[in-house]
Design a binder for this molecule. Structure first.
Ligand code: GLV
Length: 316
């Protein structure tokens, strides 16, 4: 049995392979594995742990001779052709739950950074401009009594809503299904997409990326955003048609954006970098020791279980 891991992951994952006496190899560089190297390595492996930086498409899947499981080191799995893998009897798994709290925390960090102009304030100070306290310096927005819109009330959206509730916001959400637990815990109301866009003072995106959500927030939808609202994306960049968001940020119709993900990641549109009312992060949603250890453990356990003939813990 041989497992290929496309990057160094926290030790806990590798330790589990050692304990299970499963051979493993990993791409030792701190940059994505090249396509060529990926194709060479997947050819003979029995299990694969990959990251969202790898496109596991038909070509990669067709190259696999023995692979029984593709274990994504991420909750999102838009980088994998899941249907095709399934048609070849290859199991696909992801890492839900273990990164929910971390991603929700980071979402709130972006909300507060946008509402209270944290990046602008820090830049102002570091640029040596802070000469005296001023009554009207960098005034932001209080969260209390604001309408907080959750687009996609799954695990992460729900965890964000609970946090937002603690800040005194009113919650509305748009989701395919009614989320009773969310409604009971926060008094949240389910609304349609247009209502959500028109009424949210803060709109936070928590959808998976798929053919239904790609550019869901296109020009026409973005135009519905409430004046002076804040938009946060810690899900996937491709859900928002970025060029139109940039227009709205430039004109000030949208107050600020907090973005952890981008349409053409890791490329970031230079126009975004120039805007003062944008807070950008390099996809850090799950970047805590707790979450990454949890992801390594779960990704490895899924592989081990499948190679031992058991059901994976978190199939997609
Ligand atoms: C990160 O973006 C993930 O999907 O886990």
């Amino acid at each position: 049995m041989k497992v290929f891991v496309t990057r160094e992951i926290p030790d806990i994952g590798f330790e589990l392979f050692k304990k299970a006496k499963i051979n493993f190899e990993w791409h030792k560089k701190d940059s994505p594995v090249s396509r060529r190297q990926l194709l060479i390595n997947v050819k003979e492996c029995d299990g694969l742990i990959c990251l969202l930086t790898e496109r596991i498409d038909r070509e990669v899947i067709d190259t696999m001779k023995n692979c029984r499981i593709i274990s994504n080191f991420a909750v999102g799995y838009n980088n994998i052709d899941v249907d095709y893998a399934k048609s070849k009897n290859i199991i696909v798994t992801n890492t839900p739950d273990v990164l929910t709290e971390s991603t929700a925390d980071l979402t709130m960090a972006l909300v507060l950074a946008c509402a209270r102009r944290i990046s602008e304030g820090e830049k102002y100070l570091k640029d040596g401009k802070y000469k005296s306290w001023k009554p009207k310096l960098l005034l932001g927005m209080e969260l209390r009594n604001k309408m907080f819109g959750i687009l996609g009330a799954g695990r992460i959206g729900t965890a964000v809503a609970l946090r937002a509730k603690a800040f005194g916001t009113k919650i509305i959400y748009r989701s395919l299904n009614k989320n009773l637990s969310l409604e009971e815990q926060t008094g949240a109301k389910k609304v349609d997409l247009n209502f959500l866009l028109r009424h949210s003072d803060i709109l936070s995106v928590h959808l998976p990326l798929n053919e239904h959500t790609y550019h869901l927030l296109n020009k026409q939808k973005l135009q519905l955003l409430k004046k002076n609202s804040i938009i946060i994306n810690t899900a996937r960049g491709e859900i928002i048609e970025e060029q139109y968001l940039i227009e709205l940020l430039k004109t000030g119709k949208v107050r600020a954006a907090g973005l952890d993900v981008f349409e053409n990641e890791p490329y970031v549109n230079p126009a975004l970098l120039k805007l003062q009312n944008v807070v950008v992060l390099p996809h850090l949603g799950s970047a805590t020791v707790e979450a990454r250890n949890g992801m390594a453990e779960l990704a490895a356990k899924n592989v081990i279980r499948v190679l031992q003939g058991k059901r994976p813990l978190t199939p997609v």
